[in-house]
Design a protein around this ligand. Structure first.
Ligand SMILES: NC(=O)c1ccc[n+]([C@@H]2O[C@H](COP(=O)([O-])OP(=O)(O)OC[C@H]3O[C@@H](n4cnc5c(N)ncnc54)[C@H](OP(=O)(O)O)[C@@H]3O)[C@@H](O)[C@H]2O)c1
Length: 276
């Protein structure tokens, strides 16, 4: 008997839910948080998904969680280790990850359809007086340098068509920076500029960015006992009175994969943070 996912994506009247069926989707940062939810959502839409991150154990755990949720989709999920903080040395691993993804599933090998980038290292805020060249360099290493190198390799693997996409991640902090968040605000702005530049250079491939507000993910574990009060503060800075979930944010990435007319766009999902 075919699975629920197969029934939905192969139904004769399935026009929207089948858009990603059998597509190859690669998620850099897919082992946790928002990227993990994007991977789950793409699997649920019938795609072949490769999750990529620096930690083999986290990848294996993430892959197991996906197989536990979608037991008949085991062959649709794969993973590759790639440490983007290694700068130039990361390129070989990026290429290997894309190569693995390009050879999954029944479609003609050699290309991927969509790349999502949610990877981010430990982006800590620091008082201005404590900034150093290496702390700034570290903040930019995974997201900006890694993102630009992924784009370089992606241009070899994404089919030259508006049906292909590359989606980066920024953050609402770029528009409403908190006290002490200046480097991270700059990093988000740099990601937006990179996306728009690549949308021109990589055309007709589409390049976009999702800008999340406060979204409760594994990243928040670093707050420890302060997590409760921080969550309440962030909720108070929205019109929805809520925090985002990775599952909410996954919808923004799905949209940018599916809308073949969207490029150079920034999609905001922040509970109204920009309004109040
Ligand atoms: N959560 C929020 O409130 C929020 C708000 C605004 C913007 N954002 C942005 O949204 C994006 C995703 O955030 P998140 O909360 O989902 O974060 P997360 O749960 O910490 O996920 C980050 C991902 O990046 C991977 N990663 C870390 N270092 C890496 C490296 N050196 N090489 C390759 N991959 C690496 C992690 O896996 P490994 O550890 O296995 O490498 C993980 O898969 C980030 O760009 C973040 O800045 C988040």
């Amino acid at each position: 008997m075919s699975s629920f996912i197969d029934q939905v994506i192969t139904a004769p009247n399935s026009k929207y839910l089948s858009k990603l069926a059998n597509n190859r989707v690669v998620v850099f940062g897919g082992s946790s948080g928002i990227g993990f939810a994007v991977a789950e959502a793409a699997i649920e839409h019938g795609a072949y998904v490769t999750i990529v991150s620096s930690n083999a154990q986290k990848l294996a755990d993430a892959q197991s969680r996906i197989v536990a949720r979608y037991p008949d989709r085991g062959e649709y999920i794969s993973s590759a280790v790639c440490d983007l903080s290694k700068k130039d040395d990361a390129e070989t691993e990026i290429e290997k990850a894309l190569d693995l993804a390009a050879n999954t599933g029944p479609s003609t090998p050699g290309h991927v359809d969509h790349i999502v980038f949610t990877a981010a290292g430990s982006i800590e805020t620091k008082p201005l007086s404590e900034l150093t060249a290496s702390s700034i360099d570290e903040a930019f290493a995974v997201m900006f340098l890694g993102g630009a190198l992924v784009a370089k390799q992606a241009s070899k693997y994404l089919r030259k068509s508006p049906s292909s996409s590359l989606t980066f991640t920024g953050g609402v902090n770029t528009y409403k920076p908190g006290d002490g968040w200046e480097v991270l605000a700059g990093l988000g702005a740099a990601m937006e500029g990179l996306s728009r530049g690549l949308a021109v250079t990589m055309r007709p491939v589409r390049v976009n960015l999702v800008s999340p507000g406060a979204v409760i993910t594994e990243r928040w574990e670093r707050f420890g006992e302060a997590m409760g009060p921080i969550a309440e503060k962030f909720k108070g800075e929205t019109t929805t009175g809520s925090l985002g979930t990775p599952e909410d944010l996954a919808e923004a990435y799905l949209y940018l994969m599916k809308d073949k007319f969207a490029t150079g766009s920034v999609v905001h999902s922040n509970g109204g943070r920009l309004l109040v």
